[in-house]
Ligand binder design. Sequence first.
Ligand SMILES: C=C(O[C@@H]1C=C(C(=O)O)C=C[C@H]1O)C(=O)O
Length: 411
Amino acid sequence: MVRPDYRLLPWPASATGLDAPARLRHLVAGALRTGRPLALWREPGAAQPQLLVARSLEATYTGLPPALDDHAPAGFAFFPFRDSDHNPALFLPADVRYDLAQPEAVAVAPAARTLVPNLTAWLALPTPAGLAWHYGTQPAPPTATEAEYTALVRRGVAAIEAREVVKVVSSRAACRPLPSGFDPLAAFADLSEKYPRAFVSLVSVPGVGTWLGASPEVLAEVTADGQFHTMALAGTQPLVPGTRPQDAIWRQKEIEEQALVARYIVSCFKQLRLREYHETGPRTVAAGQLLHLRTDFEVDLQNVPNAAALGTDMLRLLHPTSAVGGMPKTAALDFLRRHEGYDRAYYSGFLGPVNVEAPGIARLFVNLRCLQVRATEVILYAGTGLTVDSDPAREWQETEMKMQTVGAVLN
Ligand SMILES: C=C(O[C@@H]1C=C(C(=O)O)C=C[C@H]1O)C(=O)O
């Protein structure tokens, strides 16, 4: 749905022969060529993706997590694990929108009216073959060998045994050569097809880089019918071909790990003095080739005092959740800062549209199962929740499996 104050730019006659994906490529090329940030995403279960182009890099800098109420600005949040000068918190204003479900026109927000002549010129150009993706200016992160990662896991387990933390989620980066002719737009389409229930995203921002992902995890969602939704997702095992998720058997370790995440969410509700919420699960869900335990939490915003602030307040309490940091939060984040040995950047941050479809609709996901595209290499990221029973070799295996979700597009 396009909001009434947007101006609709029809495609010129020269675009008549172009289908919606070709038009998408065309717009992406224009945004990249003119140094503009963009976000392309496909919501879980949706048939078509949507593109948003911000009018300028400067307009995307924001110091805070986005507000989740119907008066808040419309845009796409791209938030790092830890906000810093290297990894700024971004909010791409919804200046130019292209919804592939409505491929006949491009919508331009009132704040970006001055772009109309430039946009009209882009639309009339021939579709370019190569695209100039934005690359990050930070060096590639150090990657951990199996020996280094298992040492980190042992350290984490020791910190749990010493009661410094109850749970900590360690992670690592891995580097692969960029396959020749790698096309992020084709990879995005591939992920959308492979993972129909994931939140599939491709974000490209000057200086920050190009990130591609297929996330299974909702961080905070506010829906058209006035519901707030979040989830506790944790515990991992491979989906054995020919078996059903609901028949999976879980070990005590995963059950406890996931219960901690659920308890953390409940503690956030308690801090906001919210008692009226529905909790469903835990149940087993599939995410690509993996199974996880998931508990869903729903709040009917019609039934709570101060409903307008609830989404915003919850988001600020939730990030980073114990599914990606640990518990207690400060001690776990401190452990990671001291021992993890690399910069997570936007991995395990969050991303998604706020008030884009309509005021009051926001869908933010944890940035998991993602990779960063660089000029000659690709960086994959994955983590694992540690408990006192963690086996280092298994945790390494789990990061390998998690990297295969998005890594499938490199084969
Ligand atoms: C940290 C990741 O995933 C998180 C950790 C999980 C676990 O420890 O079992 C499962 C799902 C996610 O909440 C990741 O995918 O990198």
